[in-house]
Design a protein around this ligand. Sequence first.
Ligand SMILES: [Zn+2]
Length: 249
Amino acid sequence: MSYRRIFSVFELVSVKHVAAMLRLGTKYDIGHFRTQALEILHYEHPMTLKDFDKSCTAPRLDYGLDTSTHVLNLALEFSLETVLPSVYLIQLQNTSLVRAVCSIPQRPLSHCISIQESLIDNNMNPPLDKRAQVNCMLGRNKLIFWLNKTLHAHLELVTEAHYNPGCQNRSKCVPERKCLVRGFRFWMNDYDDRPGRLPERWKEPKKHSLCRTCLKSLQVTHAAIQEELWAKLPSFFGLPDWPAPESGD
Ligand SMILES: [Zn+2]
């Protein structure tokens, strides 16, 4: 390692620490501050879905009271183009449409918000950059439109005539598969207009009557939709495509 490590790779680091290291490191040319801050941001907001899953399972950035708003503003300030797509995604996950329109800061979805906490948040959270607000609204629309179109196209393909050649029970599997695809929760949850986790992890249905071949095929379809969504993610927010893996930011 060519620089002095401030935080271990196992340590959760607050957004405020990372922001301070990046700003100080850039302003006073302190290489190891800047390098380590960028390393954490790129780990938390990587370019591939596989790495994103890994960072969700073992995060290094502690959002705490800081919301994705801080990270989004930071990524915009330093033009971190490969960090921005998944920060936008998290921002959408954390912000209901009503709140986004009213520009009310809020906590991540996983937190239970008490009135007192909401007041703390409202005082502590910086406003979201105006460009980012517009990109969030447009991105939200584009993402919903794309998901609806993609799921509809998949349902259109599920017909008796063109169904999985390896299927062992078409009369049951065709309607069952349509029903399960309609149940994919890529976007809205049942209580709010906030999305569930995007891209959603595959969960084998608890009850189903698909044959084994069709279950495997459904899992492959789910993974393909996830990968396609991830590939298109930058375009939803008006960002350049993901760079080739070797080129980085
Ligand atoms: Zn089948």
